[in-house]
Design a protein around this ligand. Sequence first.
Ligand code: ATP
Length: 369
Amino acid sequence: MHIEKLKLSNYRNYEHLELDFSPKINVFIGQNAQGKTNLMEAIYVLAMAKSHRTANDKELIRWEQDYGKIEGVIERRYGPIPMELLFSKKGKKGKVNHIEQSKLSQYIGQMNVVMFAPEDLHVVKGSPQVRRRFIDMEIGQISSVYLHDLLQYQKILKQRNLFLKAHQGRQKIDEVMLDVYTEQFIAAAIKIIRKRYQFIEMLQEWAEPIHAGITQQAETLVIKYKTVTGMQAQWSSEEMAEHLRQKSTEARSRELERGVTLVGPHRDDLQFFVNDYDVQVFGSQGQQRTTALSLKLAEIELIKQETKEAPILLLDDVLSELDEYRQSHLLNIMQGEVQTFVTTPSVEGIHHDTIKHAKMFHVERGIIK
Ligand SMILES: Nc1ncnc2c1ncn2[C@@H]1O[C@H](COP(=O)(O)OP(=O)(O)OP(=O)(O)O)[C@@H](O)[C@H]1O
């Protein structure tokens, strides 16, 4: 798939902008703070209904304006799809084929993107939150059911936390009520955990050969989903539920002391092993970068497998962060069927072959030349 047209109205530092893209390589070139990342972000937001940089949608609206809008035409194998996302003080609304979607989980997934930005290089070393976000965003793109289940889980978790907070430090509580919350919580948690195990297994299948290829067969990458309670992927749903029930009972007095839920997928994490050692603890910076790159390349393959179309690749200021050897792996993909967007302050950081056939956009203070 590829994005053919992009139109921005009051988005970040763009008052009004209309662009036509190449289905192959597009390069946004410009000095710092001119609006290159804002363009990448707009494409990402059009796909995901959410920024990769901020959780606050109001930041996306051009200063002193009441609304901001992103429109795009996505060319898919069965024809073009117009998409539209409107941000206002009241919230956001998405349209697909000019029809308003009552749920954003129905909107997301029409357009698939893989973003690779410098912060993605921290997916290995960064906080567990970064890795949880990575899994949730990626599964969400290929499964609207997961997005729906995740929202449900977050709602139930919030209710349970409110109950714990309201009873924090108390000796006597309504145990029956807390059990009811806990059972609802466990049912929702299992759905999330199962789907995450499945996703990691699929990602592993792609990431392992890719990583081996980049390291010339010197390294074997293994990705593991690590639950806070020590669950096992091969367990049945009943076994998982029983395990969580037991761990939740063990944690209850601590949960009441602290007023929060301490077990569940909102505290789980990912682990990366290279030749059996934990990259997060023992990996060199180079190995962490290669792992991050393998993950992104695997993500592209996984989306292709699930949707039967290549996603759009967004490379925000990342090429210059990778050495020539790692760059060449990305370049291989870019020469193929994947529509790619690249931002860069100058052409010097990029391989000559990349720009040879690229459509260039010069970005200067919210204007494209
Ligand atoms: N809501 C907004 N309304 C208006 N301008 C905004 C808004 N949010 C950000 N900006 C402006 O956008 C510019 C930043 O653009 P962007 O993040 O795309 O930079 P960039 O060109 O990618 O540069 P760098 O290479 O430094 O990341 C800044 O000038 C900032 O003031």
